[in-house]
Design a protein around this ligand. Structure first.
Ligand code: HEM
Length: 496
């Protein structure tokens, strides 16, 4: 009946309630237009917990970072899977991946942890190092032949380089070894295929927020067809024609074939989901990191120096004679300045949201008080509130490359609010049980990208005074926000 009436009444012991003015939509439009401003305003009015009626759902926002762990600690009342599973099925078009519904017994989260972390990560890093250089130096070579500057959009560049390298790293190369006639024309064909996949990815990614919000994909003709084409490319029969598949993809193919009743296209769509997860946040994160670096000569200087010294101690030299640089996981882990730069860029651009759904009516215990939560209500964190809190991060809208470094030049981990040390101060990858399993690989990828850019290229913004693009809010809640416009930059090979 609340659905018909459009709003509920606050009961005793429940958090303050914002029904919004619109029936059904509630606060959805104001929230959607600028979630950060909306939540700040409600926080000012109601304090550290309040409930918003958003498009038929009741969402309890916890805004005090000292209460965040309540969400992890009271996990037995809260479900993280249902929402994720349902969203994935809706967005990518595969059947339910909830083992309770009988299509598969695969534990996806376990599969991801097993194949993106631990020893599996070393192999991913090694492949990515090779692929990034292949993409930067060979695949894009026609642009680089003369020693003149190439001008391009920075977002376009990051998109192409990260998508192509990341795709090759997870899904391997087209192989055709018994027919080795003309290597370079094969490379061109492969590149054309991947750039075509990139176009389909972008077309589909554009409407991703609408799909998460519950709109059916049939409303979006070209995005729908783009998703089907991505699925086509990732059919098992096509993947089997490729060489150097990652452990992640090999294992997922095996589990699809042995533990699921999915048909061929549904299996392929689970790979589309992995492709999307591996790219959708990494691309904008790479853009912001490089953009802020190019805006800050001080940061560039510190980063270049760190890269040089790691290359020297690894006894790697930079050359353009086809011998690639290799840096392993341990060497990449020893780059605190790049770590700080990447963190700072993601602090400024991330708008992920952590969601849990109440399995039953229960009482949520926070630090000093407690609240009644109803079954099927959502409890949510919006960490951008934390990332932009001036008490935690002085001058929060300014990029400070060394913000995450301590006096010794090592990783800084002590951040305070009200004089108290925070456990949670940086959360672009989510937190708790559903935290991004690809986070280590993601940071390594961006680091590798930067190390190579600064080793091989001279690079600068076309207009060094260009304004920082604003954050495109259309994907607020889903991860790293994209810039609302592209920025021109130029680059050329160094004379080595
Ligand atoms: C899930 C962020 C890169 C694979 C997530 C989640 C976030 C996130 C916020 C949801 C966590 C939650 O619901 O609480 C990011 C960011 C990235 C990044 C900011 C880059 C800067 C990657 C990469 C991969 C990856 C490179 C894989 C190669 C996944 C997968 C999931 C996930 C498979 C779903 C996990 C599950 O539900 O079991 N990511 N991610 N991510 N991410 Fe990432």
């Amino acid at each position: 009946s609340w659905f018909l009436l459009g709003r509920r009444r606050r009961r005793q012991g429940e958090p303050p309630l914002e029904n919004g003015f619109l029936p059904y939509l509630g606060c959805a439009l104001k929230f959607g237009a600028n979630p950060l401003a909306f939540l700040k305003e409600k926080q000012k009015k109601h304090g550290h917990i309040f409930t918003c009626h958003v498009a038929g759902k009741y969402i309890h926002f916890l805004t005090d970072p000292f209460s965040y762990h309540a969400l992890m600690r009271q996990g037995k009342h809260l479900d993280w899977k249902k929402f994720h599973f349902a969203t994935s099925a809706k967005a990518f078009g595969h059947g339910s991946i909830d083992p309770a519904e009988g299509n598969t017994t695969e534990n996806f989260h376990q599969t991801f942890i097993r194949t993106l972390q631990g020893n599996a990560l070393d192999a991913l890093i090694e492949a990515m190092m090779e692929n990034l250089q292949y993409v930067m130096l060979q695949s894009r070579a026609p642009k680089l032949q003369s020693n003149t500057w190439v001008t391009e959009g920075l977002y376009t560049f990051c998109c192409q380089v990260m998508f192509e390298s990341g795709f090759l790293t997870l899904f391997g190369k087209e192989f055709n070894s018994n027919n080795d006639k003309n290597l370079s024309s094969k490379q061109e064909t492969e590149r054309a295929h991947i750039l075509n996949a990139l176009e389909n990815f972008k077309e589909f990614d554009k409407i991703f927020p609408a799909l998460v919000a519950g709109l059916p994909i049939h409303l979006f003709k070209s995005a729908h067809s783009a998703r089907e084409k991505l699925g086509e490319a990732l059919l098992h029969k096509n993947l089997l024609k490729r060489d150097n598949l990652s452990e992640l993809v090999t294992l997922r193919m095996f589990l699809n074939d042995t533990l699921s009743t999915f048909d061929d296209m549904e299996k392929a769509k689970t790979h589309v989901a992995v492709l999307w997860a591996s790219q959708a946040n990494t691309i904008p994160a790479t853009f912001w990191t490089l953009f802020y670096l190019l805006k800050s000569p001080e940061a560039t200087k510190a980063a270049t120096k760190e890269v040089q010294s790691v290359l020297e101690s690894a006894e790697e030299s930079i050359s353009l004679d086809g011998k690639h640089i290799s840096l392993n996981r341990k060497q990449l882990d020893n780059m605190p300045i790049l770590d700080s730069i990447i963190k700072e860029a993601m602090r400024l651009s991330s708008a992920s949201m952590t969601f849990r759904v109440a399995k039953e009516d229960f009482t949520l215990h926070l630090e000093n008080d407690f609240y009644n939560i109803r079954k099927d209500d959502v409890v949510a964190l919006y960490p951008q509130l934390l990332h932009f809190d001036p008490e935690i991060y002085a001058d929060p809208l300014t990029f400070k490359y060394d913000r995450f470094l301590n006096e010794k030049g090592e990783e800084k981990t002590d951040f305070y609010r009200n004089g108290r040390k925070l456990k949670h101060y940086y959360m672009p990858f989510g937190t708790g049980i559903a935290k991004c399993p690809g986070r280590l690989f993601a940071v390594h990828e961006i680091k590798q990208f930067l190390a190579l850019i600064f080793s091989y290229f001279e690079i600068e913004l076309v207009d060094s005074n260009v304004k920082c693009p604003s954050l495109d809010q259309s994907r607020a809640g889903l991860g790293i926000l994209q810039p609302s416009n592209d920025i021109d930059f130029r680059y050329r090979l160094k004379c080595l």
